[in-house]
Design a protein around this ligand. Sequence first.
Ligand code: IPM
Ligand code: MN
Length: 355
Amino acid sequence: MSNFNIAVLDGDGIGPEVTAEAVKVLNVIADKFGHDFQYTYAPVGAVAIDQTGNPLPDETLALCKRSDALFFGAIGHPRFDNDPTAKVRPEQGLLKLRKELGLYANLRPVAGYAELADLSPLRPERMKGVDMLIVRELTGGIYFGEKGRKDDGNTAYDTCTYTRMEIERIVKMGFQEARARRGKLTLVDKANVMETSRLWREITRELAAENEDVELNFMFVDNAAMQLILNPAQFDVIVTSNMFGDILSDASSVLAGSLGLLPSSSIGSTVGMFEPIHGSWPEGAGQDRANPVAAILSAAMLLDHLGLREEAGAVRRSVNRTLGEGVGTEDLNPRERLGTQAFGDRIAHAIQPGA
Ligand code: IPM
Ligand code: MN
């Protein structure tokens, strides 16, 4: 029996709905495996701006710091997207959370499901064997560099900076993840143009000497974008900077057939955060239409991170089994169409320890 305090930041749009299904599944796990999970909910994003004026209220951050794990729903609202003058934006809450909690690594696994092969935008033969992990640097680079406007009013800048420490820790994680998988690491960069990329390559080459059991290759980001579509099965682990990882992970996320399937974890030296990679889908909010699988698989990553590996395995098996039955939300074009809650119920009920 283990006790864990989980902070739940369900956020905007469909965030609360998919999060509720992940919590439903965690409750079944707690019940069947004899654990005690305590959830504390706190606002973040547009919801938090509405309530407090701040996308990441101090109380929310303090709660996260004293929790064993964070579950995150989704963030963002269209009323901020088309307003270049908005001073406060929901996304700032997420960026601050990553920085303050030192969540420097974002892990995004992408795999195909045989049952859903006809949903993929790629032909089935190209999807065969697709099983990769994108390791994205999350607290540095152009996202967090100096930015501003010049006095002339017509010039803006965002600077990209990386230090040895920031590069070393994420590339080391890339090697480690590759070793635990198929032993292949690809550093994606733009070393033909950018100085930061050249430093990434230099450091990665140094680290390769201590990681000779991992096969390392380098790829420019423009080529990588193309290769992810032409031949995604060639990749095992991709390690890359913040911005490149943001772009490439969205591109690869649709390979499986729906953005609603893919989980992620953001980890560092302290508490970990787990979230579906899809956004807040404001148009679908409150309609019981969103696919809860990405959130449920994020809960499995949370369980893994807490050391509950058997439990995580039980969740994944249950998702696979349920998808195999041909049921699901509308995005999966299923034989039997279910709403968010009914789909979550089916997955929760299919959980069997040790099966
Ligand atoms: C993501 C999102 C965020 C990012 C946004 C919401 C700030 O796109 O998690 O990938 O760009 O990192
Ligand atoms: Mn993104």
